[in-house]
Design a protein around this ligand. Sequence first.
Ligand code: F6P
Length: 193
Amino acid sequence: PRPILLTRHGESQDNVRGRIGGDTAISEKGEIYSKKLANFVRKRLKSERAASIWTSTLQRTILTASPIVGFPKIQWRALDEINAGVCDGMTYEEIKKNMPEESRKKDKLRYRYPRGESYLDVIQRLEPVIIELERQRAPVVVISHQAVLRALYAYFADRPLKEVPHIEMPLHTIIEIQMGVTGVVEKRYKLMD
Ligand code: F6P
């Protein structure tokens, strides 16, 4: 059975500053991850000539994919990170200070950022990506973002909707999902801190 490899982009400049959203480049550490990832993909998908690499349209995923050679790369807008609307580019601290009455904690799944998205919105816009992933016969490497990968992972690992916003999705880690006849088999590769 063909694997699906899920990973977040390498650490971005905004990750370092604790800012959400944005479209910054990756940090030096992020670049190291991009090379380790390329190495991993080369070995893991050695004989898989039909494999493909899917990214979002944001710089940090495209840069993370750039050391990977020999496979077609496809950019999906639907793989872009949750749109934080008016909070885009803020730290969680700044959000708390500027919008004290907004509480995302109460219902993180349904909370929609003003002029942005909720997790439920993200889950909905991922539908065409999921349909296409289900159709693929060859392996796919998906390089995307924390919220989006939580939603994708929950779909394949059959996790309940209410858990989606809380699934652990660390940086610099590959989650490999194999769909076999007996169910889903999962492996994790933490390539660096
Ligand atoms: O901090 C990185 C990030 O990808 C942000 O761009 C995004 O808003 C956030 O994670 C999503 O995680 P959470 O829903 O837990 O805030």
